[in-house]
Design a protein around this ligand. Sequence first.
Ligand code: TXA
Ligand code: MG
Length: 321
Amino acid sequence: MVIGKDVDKAAGFIRNGGLVAFPTETVYGLGADALNPLAVAAIFKTKKRPTFDPLIVHISDIAQIEDLFEKPIAPVVYKLAAHFWPGPLTIVHRKSTLVPDIVTSGMDTVAVRMPAHPLAQELIRKAGVPVAAPSANRFGQLSPTRHEHVVKQTMEIDYLLVGDYDIIGIESTVLYVDNETVSILRPGYITAKDILELDRSITIINKGENLKVSSPGLLKSHYSPLKPLYYFTNDMQELPEKSGLILHQIRKTEPIAEKIIYTSRTGNLFETAANLFTALHAMEDNPAIDTIFIEPVPETGLGIAIMDRLRKATYRYSKTK
Ligand code: TXA
Ligand code: MG
């Protein structure tokens, strides 16, 4: 794998059916030409991702939805795209015949997102094709928010495009759109409140409430570190030996642990989201740590998306399944 900052070179690999890991404002993606089924198949292979889990198609221009979505496109799509793109919002809508079945796992819908990161935009524009990309981690493991996190997953990739660290840090909000109803399939940076602020008349169905559609990628266990991960609770004064602790605000008395990482010192959820996966990767990589504990966050605003990730990351190790 070549690691560098040459967008032209990276775009060339995409055009020729290769795989390129690239930064977005959420997490690193692992991209291929969305219209080339063989190139897309290589994504599933290198990630060891089951083919029932469909990919997000990344675009650099809103007009590309005209090719990817089946007509008529629901008016609410244009409203959401005009307001939230480029940005951390993925829109799922009926697909056109242009989109290969391997991208959508045979479903009749496709997920599309226009990322805000300038390097991602430049890459997609220069590639000249929509770019199918899941997060650039092995299936089920921690999402990468720094290029080093991609390197450590040791996947077969042609080019790793290196970006900066000024990111949101958790994956996009995934919305299913059907006429004037939108369903939140995966919570993210953009919340139901943000959508209602744009237009009060939009009906939002939250995950779990009468959701008619399913998102095959919404598994209970996901984003897991390779070491056991448990919730930290306030009564824990001293953690077991070789424990790492991830906190989101300074406490009056600091618990005793081998290593403590703060995602924020003040309980700022935006800082916590930006630093969450980096903190988990650091604990996973630290040979002095066998077990990781993490503080939960209040489930409001961005906290909904953060707790969604933590619930999936702790699922394998939780007693109340
Ligand atoms: O922020 C992000 O969304 C990042 C960056 C790279 O853009 N990408 C990302 O991709 O998180 P991935 O593959 O890790 O997650 C995509 C999610 C999965 O839960 C998948 O099941 C869902 O989107 N999805 C994709 N296509 C879908 C469809 N047609 N219907 C329902 N869910 C879909
Ligand atoms: Mg992922």
